[in-house]
Design a protein around this ligand. Structure first.
Ligand code: UDP
Ligand code: MG
Length: 336
């Protein structure tokens, strides 16, 4: 990494109804990026089906500044898909996904770049404290990391979001992962590489409001576990074996007792409660299996992760960018 002049750093920013936060994002980020010595940069903005005026405002920014590119998706595909689109489109030697709401402090970017130049492939930004989150979010997040890392062979680092720097080699590795269910934190961890961590303080949202309700977070949590662990599926084998063994022992006992003491008719209540109990257990098991089958079904359909409606770009920055200027096309998100 001798010649910094030729290095390009890509910032990947998903935007979903971020009209309020948009202006302050660029006014804060641009001077910081410009202050990094001997680097070109591009900002790849993904408009993830915003319903407000995020898109026209982004396009206006891109029109005035050639370093800003806008990728407009055909609808809202969700943050993970938007990030995937941005990472696919980014042309940089290093790629940094960052939230548009300034919760990931852009002031950290020079440090990320510095550590990268010192030889790291991945520079993780880890939240020192989650003071900006509610107590409930903190407790559930901590519990989630514990459950996930317990169930899965792949340990995801705690309190690390999508904000990080990845070398081109890491990005290329990431682009080889074909799955449609994209739990980005897990995928980032899965590819490995030489990783260093820097700490930061997470800020409250600059403007606008969070797009992740409790229900969406719960689904994200399910996604994480089912993407990286088959323990919930396998555990039914053990639970089933255990119950069968108990039932066998109880059966032996009943047979022996009947042989010695004779037939004994009452027992309606215990039979009924056992029946209902095991009915319930079986349904839970079916539900868990269903979670996985649903995902297999989605993967088997092999639909693209996102669709690009249009790319907006003033001109090719430094002749390095992937797309042409002002292409009007409907292109499936390409996967290797
Ligand atoms: N986002 C997106 N698509 C979505 C939801 C969110 O692109 O369907 C973007 C959003 O614009 C922001 C980032 O993902 O840049 C993080 O979203 P948010 O701040 O709402 O999440 P939180 O910080 O509350 O986890
Ligand atoms: Mg946020």
């Amino acid at each position: 990494m001798a010649n910094y002049e030729t290095q390009l750093v890509s910032l990947v920013v998903p935007f979903y109804n971020e009209s309020d936060a948009l202006q302050s994002f660029f006014t804060r980020v641009l001077p910081i990026l410009e202050s990094i010595p001997a680097t070109h940069f591009e900002i790849v903005c993904i408009n993830d089906g915003s319903t407000d005026d995020t898109l026209p405002r982004l396009v206006e920014m891109a029109r005035r500044d050639a370093r800003i590119r806008v990728i407009d998706l055909t609808r809202n595909f969700g943050k993970e898909a938007a990030l995937t689109a941005g990472i696919d489109e980014a042309a940089g030697d290093a790629v940094i996904p960052i939230d548009a709401d300034l919760q990931d402090p852009p002031e950290l970017i020079p440090t990320l770049v510095l550590r990268w130049r010192q030889g790291a492939d991945v520079v993780l930004a880890q939240r020192a404290r989650r003071t900006s989150d509610s107590l409930l979010k903190r407790v559930t997040a901590a519990a989630y990391y514990r459950v996930h890392n317990h169930l899965s062979d792949l340990k995801i680092p705690e309190n690390v979001g999508d904000f990080r720097l990845m070398d081109r080699a890491v990005v290329n590795a990431l682009k080889q992962l074909p799955e449609r269910h994209r739990f980005m934190k897990g995928l980032f961890a899965w590819v490995g590489f030489h990783t260093v961590t820097v700490q930061y303080e997470r800020m409250p949202r600059a403007a606008g409001k969070s797009k992740f309700s409790g229900w969406r977070l719960w689904n994200l949590a399910l996604e994480g576990i089912t993407s990286f662990s088959s323990v919930p599926l396998r555990s039914w084998t053990y639970l089933g074996t255990f119950i069968a063994m108990l039932a066998f022992c109880y059966g032996m006992y009943i047979v022996a007792r009947t042989l010695i003491l004779g037939v004994d008719v009452p027992g309606y209540a215990s039979v009924l409660s056992l029946l209902l109990f095991f009915g319930g257990v079986q349904l839970i098991g079916l539900g868990v299996v269903g979670e996985y089958i649903g995902r297999i079904y989605d993967e088997a359909k092999g639909r693209p992760i996102y669709l690009v409606k249009r790319r907006y770009q003033e001109r090719r920055p430094h002749g390095r960018a992937a797309g042409n200027g002002r292409v009007i096309s409907l292109v499936a998100g390409k996967r290797n």
